[in-house]
Each structure stands twice: as structure tokens, then as C-alpha cells.
Design a protein around this ligand. Sequence first.
Ligand SMILES: Nc1ncnc2c1ncn2[C@@H]1O[C@H](COP(=O)(O)OP(=O)(O)OP(=O)(O)O)[C@@H](O)[C@H]1O
Ligand SMILES: [Mg+2]
Length: 242
Amino acid sequence: MASLLDVRGVSKRFGGLSAVRDVSFSVEEGEIVGVIGPNGAGKTTLFSLVSGFIRPDAGEIRFQDRTVTDLAPERRCHLGLCRTFQLVKPFGNMTVRQNVMVGAFARHRRPGDARAAADGVLEATGMTALADVLARTLPVERRKRLEVARALATSPRLLLLDEVFAGLNPTEIKGMVEFLGRLRARGLTLLVIEHIMAVIMQVSARILVLHHGEKIAEGAPAAIARHPRVIEAYLGEEYLLA
Ligand SMILES: Nc1ncnc2c1ncn2[C@@H]1O[C@H](COP(=O)(O)OP(=O)(O)OP(=O)(O)O)[C@@H](O)[C@H]1O
Ligand SMILES: [Mg+2]
């Protein structure tokens, strides 16, 4: 059977810079796959390619066994492929519920239906009590949850999460790890960018490592932590290896 997501030989250049170079990988239904790499490694660019915000110079992206390489982001989202953004930007003057409804409108035309769907997502994400709060008043951890909730409201099968752990304290990180575990338990497949190895090790079954736009390693967390090219790529970085 085909993988849920199949990325084959994808490349993207920005002028003279190879941001993503000949990257291939697959994601199976129900997995949490981590994407790590130092700053500028090409992680966010890879997400933009997979979600359709930019087009690759070469390569193919298949989702649910169909080619989506040239589909617009909203078409991909409709098929069940959705992302969050590294810079979290909720609509500040809208309430939490209204923000989530924006995602729900990808599936529902009628406001009443979108509202019901949004309320379901708020409940599932433990944010019901915040439904009527203005998004701009939320602390960073709640904002990140809102970003995930908004993406969830589009009913994805595969959700791409770009650094939802960044800026969180250890207690909040623990909460977010549990939260992702609950999403997976509900059958969602996740591709998660993170550059703190210690965190990604806890959540992913499998990890891809990017460095200067290339995939330099792929495997189980324990094998990745020992991988010579990974250790070399992270040397001089402040990140914890284990
Ligand atoms: N739109 C763009 N135009 C030009 N260069 C870009 C663009 N987007 C990204 N880049 C460059 O491509 C490289 C990869 O960037 P990318 O944002 O994908 O890295 P990243 O792994 O997500 O890094 P970080 O950990 O800092 O988020 C970087 O050198 C970056 O400066
Ligand atoms: Mg990034």
C-alpha cells in the first residue's frame, strides 16, 4: 500500500542557495515523524513545499497516492494536508472560537456548522474555557495551541507542525508532548519540526535530519542521537543531544 505522504527528490533553490536539495521520505498513516536540523537547514522550506506554499524546482510530492506537487495550498488542505506556521499569528481581535472557525470554514459553508466544528476542536484541545477570549490576550503556549486548533479544524489527515515547542518552558513542553500524543491517539498523522533533539526524541517514532538542505540521516530516535553526521551537524550548536 502507498504511504500517506511520499516526497521524492524534492529540491528548492533561492537564487544561489540550495534551501532543500534532493530530499525524499515517506510518512505512513498514524505515525509521528520528526524533522530536525540546525537553523537554516531547510525545515520550514520543506514544509512549505509539502503544503504547497512554494513549488519545488524538481521532484514530486504525493499525498494519498495522488500527485499534489502543483496543487494550491487550499486544495491540499481540502485533501487533508495542512500545516501550522513557525511564526504564530492568530487574528488578534477575534476570539479563540472565531479563529478556530476560520479553519472550520475549509470544511463547512454554514457558520452554524463551522461553529459547531470549532467547538468540537476547542473541547478536544482543552480550550473550551478560552472560547470567548480575544486571541491577542493569550500567552505564547495558548497561542501555539490555538494555531494547532485552527489547523485541526480543517480536519486534516496529515498535520505539519512547525516548531510548536519553541518558546515554551519545560512544563509547557510536557503539556504539548502529551497533547500531540492525544492527537495521534485520535488517528492523526503528524510531521513535526523541532530543533531541540531532546524534545523530538520523546514524540517521534522516526526522525529525519536536514543539514544545508540535504537529508543526512533518517531513523529511530536512539540511532539518530548516535549518528556521526548528526552529531557533527549539531557541533557548535547549543542544543542538547540527548
Ligand atoms: N523565501 C526565501 N527567500 C530566500 N531565501 C530563503 C527563503 N526562505 C528560506 N530561505 C533560506 O533558505 C534556507 C533554509 O531556510 P528555512 O527557513 O527552511 O530553514 P529552517 O531549517 O526552517 O531554519 P530555522 O530553524 O531557523 O527555522 C535559509 O538559508 C534561509 O535563509
Ligand atoms: Mg524554520
